[in-house]
Design a protein around this ligand. Structure first.
Ligand SMILES: Nc1ncnc2c1ncn2[C@@H]1O[C@H](COP(=O)(O)OP(=O)(O)OP(=O)(O)O)[C@@H](O)[C@H]1O
Ligand SMILES: [Mg+2]
Length: 377
């Protein structure tokens, strides 16, 4: 078993809470034997997502947090929850006391307001500080995933924030991190279905070029918006919010033939009532299929014709949107004109991106990071 596999096993064995950390001793032997692991540095992989941010460390630490920051609304709220800010699930649980800020939109720091920038900054500081705390204040370096087609400005803003808390950081595209985690660097297509974006990336044996990657914005957030509207249209009296629609989607999302009717309890003027929303869920989830098929078709055609047959057998769905039941089958059916198409949902879609970033950080010496993407340090 390689050092990396040992570390990944350690990570998989952990139980998951919002913050997950493993004592450094558990993997300390792995760290010292890794050539790139500098003795006073903790190497990390970070997947900064619109919905959740995941950090995995070479020392076995693992943090997973909803990408949300909450600020107390007023003096009364401050008495209840302190000066803040609060992060992740704690912020969501105490949301009545807080102004909530989701600082990442479409997978990058929103550039609309100073508040979003500050919230993103606080979120990144909070996570890196936690890693430092758990590793006795060691310095932190690592690789951060961003959407496949994030702009240069998006990447520079992120690096500006990272520079305040990290020694060295490199930004790379999210689907590339997934491909790296899978060890599928050639004749392969990754489809990463996140909350803000769907990133599609063709792997052709090297760091993917901009033309081998596409980012579209019809991810999970788009489905939530459509589901909320569809339920309201069909059942005008039902009380439904975006976050409720998201919870319903996460529990019931499917495409194709339903296994059973989807019935949920919603409130009408405060009273609970049952609603059948099978058709709404199905229509909304299926609305993302044509877009993904179109992007995959465009990428397939860009591969060397001799590579296309194998590439079609190596299509991987990642991101938590890959959990939509039946999506792999429906995408494969939509591509049946191409011959034998195999679509696989990755295990552990939450953390595979961050694990890939860490694997890359461990296996490629920082001296070569400039060949991969934008960095500092
Ligand atoms: N079982 C499920 N079925 C369908 N969608 C799901 C399921 N579980 C989670 N999701 C959705 O997946 C999305 C989150 O996926 P992920 O954590 O990969 O996104 P992210 O990395 O934060 O976003 P991005 O990559 O766009 O910045 C959310 O829209 C969430 O509601
Ligand atoms: Mg993501």
């Amino acid at each position: 078993m390689t050092i990396l596999e040992q570390e990944e096993t350690t990570m998989q064995e952990q139980e998951h809470s919002e913050y997950e950390t493993a004592p450094a001793e558990e993997t300390s032997s792995g760290r010292s034997a890794t050539p790139q692991a500098m003795s006073d540095h903790t190497l990390v992989g970070i997947d900064l997502g619109t919905c959740r941010t995941v950090v995995v460390g070479a020392d076995g630490q693992e943090l997973e947090i909803r990408s949300v920051v909450g600020y107390p609304k007023d003096i009364i709220s401050r008495q209840a929850v302190g000066d803040g800010p609060l992060f992740g699930n704690e912020a969501l649980e105490k949301r009545n006391f807080l102004d909530l800020c989701h600082p990442l939109a479409e997978g990058v720091i929103r550039d609309a307001s100073e508040r979003d920038y500050q919230a993103a900054r606080e979120l990144i500081h909070h996570l890196v500080d936690k890693i430092k705390e758990n590793s006795n204040g060691e310095r932190v370096s690592g690789i951060i995933g961003v959407p496949a087609r994030a702009s240069l400005m998006n990447k520079e803003v992120l690096l500006k924030v990272a520079r305040e808390v990290m020694d060295t950081a490199l930004v790379v595209s999210e689907p590339f991190m997934v491909a790296y985690a899978l060890g599928k660097l050639n004749r392969c297509i990754i489809v990463d279905i996140g909350a803000g974006t769907v990133d599609v990336c063709g792997m052709k044996g090297s760091v993917p070029a901009p033309e081998d990657q596409v980012t579209t914005f019809k991810g999970g957030d788009y489905l939530d918006e459509r589901l909320e509207a569809a339920i309201l249209r069909r059942h005008p009296g039902a009380q439904i919010t975006r976050s409720l629609a998201c919870r319903i989607k996460e529990e019931h999302a499917f495409v194709g033939e339903p296994e059973r009717p989807v019935e949920v309890t919603l409130r009408v003027e405060g009273k609970p009532a049952r609603f059948d929303i099978t058709e709404e869920i199905r229509t909304v989830c299926e609305s993302m299929v044509p877009n993904i098929v179109e992007q995959v078709e465009t990428l397939i055609a860009s591969f060397d014709p001799e590579d296309q047959e194998e590439t079609l057998k190596n299509i991987y769905l990642a991101g938590c949107g890959s959990r939509i039941r039946g999506l792999d089958r429906m995408l494969a059916n939509a591509l049946h004109d191409y011959g034998d198409v195999r679509i696989t949902c990755v295990d552990d879609p939450e953390r595979i991106g961050a694990k890939g970033a860490l694997k890359l950080a461990l296996e490629v010496p920082p001296a070569h990071w400039p060949e991969i993407g934008l960095m500092f340090g």
